[in-house]
Design a protein around this ligand. Structure first.
Ligand code: CMX
Length: 434
């Protein structure tokens, strides 16, 4: 048993006891009021999930095990003190609830490198898809094709008991996280670089190795991808990718199935696909109005036209947040520090000055402020990763850190199959007295 797994067991045993005690002794205490409005508007704000890894505050943004993004950018282990935190450290924190030391992070980098090789058939599955297949389709297909590697499923079939499910799930989530950069980079090189593949460098950390295999072998891109993998890792349990992973996992579907479900949710334009939509929309704007910052009134008109045409402004708004997303703030700070004169960064900053004002004047829009997707593409673009159709795959690789840590906790708690109740429209009308 490796050191992280041993530590997880030590932490999980008393915590699972607390969980059981809570359920048996206080299971009938109410925590929330469900209204017709909450059911019919996507259950926003309705408490219905147990998620330990992170918590989203509408005004303040995400906290991972209690720590904010600025705190973690300062305090998580880094390759060098000026750099960005290693995503390995965030995984450790989300999984175990404790700040990692340098050696914990080094252990994870090494462990993931050692688990990262893909069976040949995964490459064959990707190669069998037409080259113009969307990157997220290739990514999800490749992950699903690995489901027969699941150690959880093997243990289940061999008769493992419920209290042991976490053990084989741990092996699956470590294997899966380790392999994702290989899959992502393979798809990227196949689709955009004439299938000229680059071998892994197992001496690098998880994010830097992804940059390396994609063909960006310099310190600046390593630093950017560490930030990117850190910022997109988790956003509490109710977002579509996290919730879908949890829901499918609740049927005891193995982690490969569950995470694929999360990824097909992430691929939607209201969720992770928005990071590519932002770039498509910005290109469209520049094509129509020219260099965007020269005339903010032109931007205002373009934003209004997008709304009048019945489209959303990608990268803006949020189901929970009511302020600028601190993940966006972190990206702006990074941009201002390392690429202040980049024209895309300047355009993004101008949009930040104009879009909230326009969206704020539309009464139905609850949050006019930018979310994480408003900033990520611009940074990638600056360093030459221009194929924005691929961006959601990068989001997906990062999101594995959060949703798979939580899936392990789901198994440790022994959370049951998720099965809320539904009713036809007439039932709600009757409740409303109509
Ligand atoms: N542009 C235009 N209209 C918007 C909008 C935006 N950026 N954000 C919200 N609205 C609209 C909604 O479409 C909705 O309109 P209808 O009532 O006609 O359907 C109305 O305002 C109310 O929506 P809301 O309660 O403020 O927001 P929701 O919780 O329904 O939706 C979100 C949240 C993110 C899907 C929405 O803000 C949106 O579509 N944003 C653009 C897409 C985007 O950036 N998604 C990425 C989110 C972060 C992530 O998951 O990666």
């Amino acid at each position: 048993m490796d050191q992280i797994k041993r530590k997880f067991k030590e932490i999980a045993v008393p915590r699972v006891e607390e969980f059981r005690k809570l359920l048996t002794e206080s299971g009938d205490k109410p925590v929330d009021k469900v209204t017709i409005g909450s059911v019919l508007s996507g259950m926003k704000g309705t408490v219905s999930l147990l998620t330990d890894t992170s918590k989203l505050d509408p005004e303040e943004g995400i906290r991972f095990r209690g720590y904010s993004i600025p705190e973690l950018r300062k305090n998580l282990p880094k390759v060098n003190p000026e750099g960005e935190p290693l995503p390995e450290g965030l995984f450790y924190l989300m999984l175990l609830g404790e700040m990692p030391k340098d050696e914990d992070v080094a252990f994870l980098s090494k462990e993931w490198a050692s688990r990262s090789d893909l069976p040949d058939y995964v490459y064959n599955v990707i190669d069998a898809l037409p080259l113009d297949t969307r990157p997220m389709v290739q990514f999800s297909t490749a992950i699903l094709s690995m489901a027969s590697l699941s150690k959880f499923q093997a243990a289940y079939m061999e008769g493992a008991g419920k209290s042991d499910y976490w053990d084989s799930t741990y092996e699956d989530i470590m294997d899966l996280i380790a392999k994702l950069p290989r899959i992502a980079a393979y798809i990227y090189r196949r689709k955009y670089h004439d299938n000229k593949q680059i071998s892994a460098d197992k001496s690098l950390d998880w994010a830097a190795n992804l940059a390396h295999m994609m063909g960006y072998d310099n310190y600046e891109v390593h630093r950017l991808l560490r930030l990117y993998m850190f910022l997109h890792a988790d956003h509490e349990g109710g977002n579509v990718s996290a919730h879908a992973t949890h829901l499918v996992g609740s049927a005891l579907s193995n982690p490969y199935y569950a995470y694929t479900a999360g990824m097909t949710g992430l691929a939607g334009p209201l969720h992770g696909f928005a990071n590519q939509e932002v770039m498509r929309w910005m290109f469209g704007m520049i094509e129509e109005i020219g260099p965007a910052c020269e005339d903010k009134d032109k931007i205002r008109k373009y934003v209004k036209k997008t709304l009048d045409d019945g489209h959303v402004i990608p990268g803006y708004g949020h189901a929970v947040l009511r302020k600028t997303d601190p993940r966006f703030t972190a990206q702006i700070e990074f941009g201002q520090k390392y690429l202040p004169d980049d024209p895309w960064l300047i355009t993004m900053t101008c949009l930040y000055e104009v879009v909230p004002e326009v969206l704020g004047s539309v009464s139905k829009i609850k949050n006019p402020w930018p979310n994480v997707d408003a900033g990520s593409g611009v940074l990638l673009m600056h360093y030459g990763i221009k194929e924005f159709e691929f961006y959601t795959v990068l989001f997906g690789v990062s999101r594995a850190l959060g949703v798979l840590s939580q899936l392990l906790w789901d198994r440790a708690y022994g959370l049951p199959i998720e099965r809320p109740t539904s009713h036809p429209l007439e039932w709600f009308k009757e409740k409303a007295g109509l």
